[in-house]
Ligand binder design. Structure first.
Ligand code: UD1
Length: 432
């Protein structure tokens, strides 16, 4: 390839051009939760009957998951905010590496495949930019439920021994409250024989959402949302219609968009109980938050520095660590942000520094001295939430920023520039 062509391909990547410094006003609309929708799509494999899931966001991750379901013989019909799934023809127990590689959440299919077909072969998701992301707890749970599980040639191969091809109940204590492991075990145990328990279970709202949909399908799951979940296995699940909860991470990002631009905004819909830790930190920063129907009104005051440590729910979510740090770079005083969930989730720091932020890193802790103003720069979001942090910082920065990393951003934020522009931002998407 000629050198000029190589260079232009390198330089011109899809990006957002964000003109900073505008106040926002009006309302930002929150889509359905990505992390719920993905697992609910996998759970739809547990029945042969028709499933209709409403409030499914328009995201590349969701379209990727739909494609994976189709390759397994499942009928999928997509309309703007709803997805219909009929897994009557589910026949293929192997997931192709090519589709799986970009979408870790496709590992969720392992439990339903085992429960429906008695076998599954799924490529190991491997690590990603933010950390190693092991699946040992998922495998431990499936083994406890009676599955044979081996890792061979980069894939997890699981099967149920015996003629009846039904998993058996188990008492499982997780080493850590993994969201994915809790969901995998839940989906495998609902059709198992007998009553299972998961202790040290993840308490995230998405786990509660999954349990609620499974119960609507005829399962008997108690205690989801707490540390101990009890699952009384049933023989059969039926189809249902279900609506995904609002995305608490997108809602948090939008509240931060208001705070970083010092703008009064309404963000809706959201469920305050799903985001207590984030709302508390915003209040600690100096924002006034008022419940307003199905949403929240935010009135930012002078923003002060706060300390944040990421934790499993109900603690502060790791997925809002980078976006919140963008706000703290503009706060008065010092903030200390500690990442406890992932070992490599500080990639946004160097990019924020390029915009004039004052941040020192000590291991997984960032010490941030607020500056009066950020200045626009070309920046790249190296993972989904770093990309969101770059958009937020650009909204506040003086000048026009070029934000790359849209392949990450589009995984988790539906039509972000349209939503922000409707509230008064000036963001242009350029494909090259
Ligand atoms: C989910 C979310 C992700 C969020 C994360 C933590 C989805 C699709 N993704 O990811 O956005 O950042 O929860 O809130 O819902 N761990 C182990 N062994 C395991 C599994 C996990 O040690 O077998 C560790 C991980 O390394 C990590 C921690 O547990 O340190 C949390 O991971 P987990 O809750 O499993 O995250 P995910 O379900 O992958």
């Amino acid at each position: 390839m000629p050198i000029a062509a190589t260079i232009s391909k390198e330089i011109y990547k899809p990006h957002l051009e964000v003109k900073g410094g505008y106040s926002l006003s009006g309302e930002l609309k929150v889509s359905g939760a990505k992390n719920s929708a993905l697992v609910l799509m996998a759970a739809s494999l547990l029945t042969e009957e028709s499933m209709r899931i409403n409030n499914v966001p328009l995201l590349t991750d969701i379209e990727g998951m739909a494609e994976i379901l189709v390759t397994m013989g499942v009928k999928v019909k997509r309309s703007p905010s709803c997805i219909e799934i009929k897994a009557e023809g589910l026949h293929h127990a192997e997931l192709p590496y090519e589709l799986m590689a970009g979408l870790r959440a496709s590992f969720f299919c392992i439990g339903p495949l085992l429960a429906r077909l008695g076998k599954a072969k799924i490529p190991l998701p491997g690590g990603c930019r933010i950390g190693a992301r092991p699946v040992g707890e998922h495998i431990k749970g499936l083994k406890a439920l009676g599955a044979f599980v081996n890792v061979e040639h980069g894939s997890v191969i699981a099967s149920i021994p015996g003629a009846r091809k039904r998993l058996k109940s188990a008492h499982i204590v997780l080493d850590c409250p993994s969201v994915g492991a809790t969901e995998t075990i839940l989906m495998a145990a609902v059709l198992a024989e007998g009553t299972s328990t998961i202790e040290n279970a993840a308490q995230e709202p998405e786990v509660q959402d999954l349990a609620q949909m499974l119960n609507t399908m005829g399962a008997n799951v108690q205690g989801a949302g707490g540390p101990k979940i009890t699952i009384q296995g049933v023989e059969h699940l039926k189809g249902c219609e279900y609506t995904v909860i609002p995305d608490r991470i997108e809602a948090g990002t939008f509240l931060l968009a208001a705070a970083i631009t010092r703008s009064c905004l309404r963000v809706a819909p959201l469920i305050p109980e799903h985001m207590s830790a984030v709302l508390q930190k915003l209040r600690d920063c100096g924002c006034i938050l008022e419940k307003d129907g199905d949403g929240m009104k935010i009135i930012p005051g002078e923003i002060r520095g706060v300390d944040i440590t990421t934790q499993p729910f109900p603690g502060f979510p790791t997925d809002l660590q980078a976006p919140f740090m963008a706000l703290l770079t503009t706060a008065k005083g010092t903030s200390i942000v500690t990442e406890k969930i992932y070992e490599n989730r500080m990639q946004h720091v160097t990019e924020l520094q390029r915009m004039g932020a004052s941040i020192r890193i000590q291991g997984s802790t960032a010490v941030i001295e607020g500056v009066p103003e950020l200045s626009a720069a070309p920046v790249t979001g190296g993972d989904l939430r770093s990309a969101a942090a770059m958009v937020l910082a650009s909204l506040a920065a003086r000048g026009s920023s070029k934000v790359e990393g849209l392949n990450h951003l589009d995984r988790g934020y539906a039509e972000i520039e349209n939503k922000l522009n409707q509230a008064g931002a000036d963001i242009l998407r350029r494909q090259q």
